[in-house]
Design a binder for this molecule. Structure first.
Ligand code: ADP
Ligand code: MG
Length: 317
């Protein structure tokens, strides 16, 4: 099977797609943005043995690659539209490609995001996904807009990614449903695209949590020239994680564990009513603290200073 047969068999899709004037098969894709909108673009690369185990299930690798990339669009409040795939393969392994492309197709459909091109080369297994989305002009949510007094929120629950690594590595007395939940949270993280879109015009700043809440909130703080105070007891932890470990361990994972792909965002006082309306309408987001003028992130647990175990992180300046 040569490169073109491979592309045609596994990745070409002739169905008409929104905004796609020309897709896979030409020198480049031609795409139409909705009127009065801006293009939002991001790329992420996953390297086998570094970002996922060599022998991970091909469908899970595909789903993870797309979700991780789309998570950045979610944090910008963008509507996901299209993506390109840069695929480096050691060989044209047909069963592997069959499962990989099926997983990718299912995920792309779930997110309403169309594959419009890519590149295929031989080498160590590496998957690059470039995602493209759009926002109404001027409405992208950046990391720069947080102001002292803004409330800090996170979507979903935190710490599941780090907890899942424990479950997958060790035997725990967890029943199957909880084990499955955590495994899924790790291998099939969901990009919070719908949440991001709802937060346009409400959040003053946002970021997706890939490296852990403290590390990622620090990026908002740096870019916005502010600090933060977190009330650790307010961090949302899933019931499955709570069964797995002590409450303090759960909070450590929630603060410093990576791979959660939730959104952390800030909301000014003037927009709290709008945020509450979104929550009443089903947005899963919890308040966890407040932006402050002083730099650094302070963590408090029930009124006492709380020290995160994660190394290399300064909690108090
Ligand atoms: P070129 O030599 O002009 O770069 P390629 O041979 O790399 O073209 O690709 C041919 C067509 O197939 C292009 O439209 C490209 O976008 C698409 N393509 C290549 N690899 C992939 C892939 N892994 N997934 C989706 N589309 C791909
Ligand atoms: Mg090419």
């Amino acid at each position: 099977m040569n490169e073109f047969e491979l592309i045609n068999r596994y990745f070409r899709d002739e169905r008409p797609r929104a905004g796609v004037a020309l897709g896979i098969g030409d020198d480049a894709a031609v795409l139409a943005l909705p009127a009065a909108s801006q293009l939002v673009v991001s790329v992420d690369t996953l390297v086998a043995g570094r970002h996922f185990p060599e022998n991970a299930e091909p469908a899970a690798i595909a789903q993870r690659a797309l979700a991780v990339s789309l998570s950045d669009l979610a944090a910008m409040g963008a509507d996901a539209r299209w993506f390109t795939l840069s695929l480096t393969l050691p060989e044209a392994d047909e069963p592997w490609l069959e499962q990989f492309s099926a997983g990718l197709k299912a995920a792309a459909e779930a997110y309403g995001c169309a594959l419009v091109g890519g590149d295929t080369t031989r080498g160590a297994l590496t998957i690059g996904v470039q995602v493209m989305g759009c926002v109404p002009h001027g409405q992208a949510i950046s990391r720069c807009g947080a102001k002292p007094g803004d409330r800090i929120f996170v979507t979903g629950s935190l710490g599941d990614g780090a907890g899942a690594l424990k479950v997958l590595a060790e035997e725990h007395a967890l029943d199957t449903a909880e084990r499955d939940y955590l495994r899924q949270r790790y291998y099939q993280p969901m990009a919070r695209l719908e949440d991001g879109v709802k937060l346009r015009g409400v959040a003053s700043a946002a970021i997706d949590i890939s490296d852990g809440l403290l590390a990622d909130l620090e990026h908002i703080c740096e870019r916005s020239s502010v600090g933060a105070r977190i009330e650790v007891e307010k961090l949302p932890v899933s019931p499955a994680l709570r069964k797995l470990a002590s409450v303090k361990q759960c909070f450590q994972w929630a603060l410093a564990g990576g791979d959660d792909y939730q959104l952390c965002f800030t909301v000014p006082a003037a927009c709290i009513a709008a945020l509450e309306a979104l929550r009443a309408d089903g947005l899963k987001a919890e308040p966890i603290g407040e932006i402050r003028a002083d730099s650094g992130i302070e963590c408090w647990l029930n009124g006492e200073p709380f020290v995160s175990e994660s190394t290399g992180y300064q909690h108090f300046d």
